[in-house]
Design a protein around this ligand. Sequence first.
Ligand code: ATP
Length: 137
Amino acid sequence: TEQTLVLIKPDGVSRGLTGEILARIERKGLTFQALELKNVSAELAAEHYAEHAERPFFGSLIEFITSGPVVAAVLEGPRAIAAFRQLAGGTDPVEKAVPGTIRGDFGLETQFNLVHGSDSPESAKREIALWFPEFPV
Ligand code: ATP
């Protein structure tokens, strides 16, 4: 079994899609090990997206992620990392994500793509420690 860190980004929360997204996660069979509504500091956002620090969209990404509360969760299940990324769909909600995925069904723009999911066991470990410092490893 595996764990992954998932975020419902501020667009998903403000549009009232939290229940819809959590329901899809539950129906997939993934279980919640942690689930919390969080206000995100600029420091936490920059740490989370450190790998994108040099990208042209970094400033606007940090502004977006700190623009309102996010729902952060630790999900667990067999192949949880890939399973959630399958539910989410590709990064660009129109060009990459297909209908039936969270981004494909609800998104229009790459920045406002509703959810984040860890992309590897190493990222999951790093991101779980970042968002849930109290979480047992
Ligand atoms: P996430 O890390 O949020 O799960 P991802 O792994 O699908 O997304 P990344 O390439 O890691 O995608 O990009 C991180 C986030 O940065 C994207 O989810 C999106 O919100 C934003 N982003 C990525 N590319 C662009 C872009 N070209 N313009 C604006 N925002 C972007």
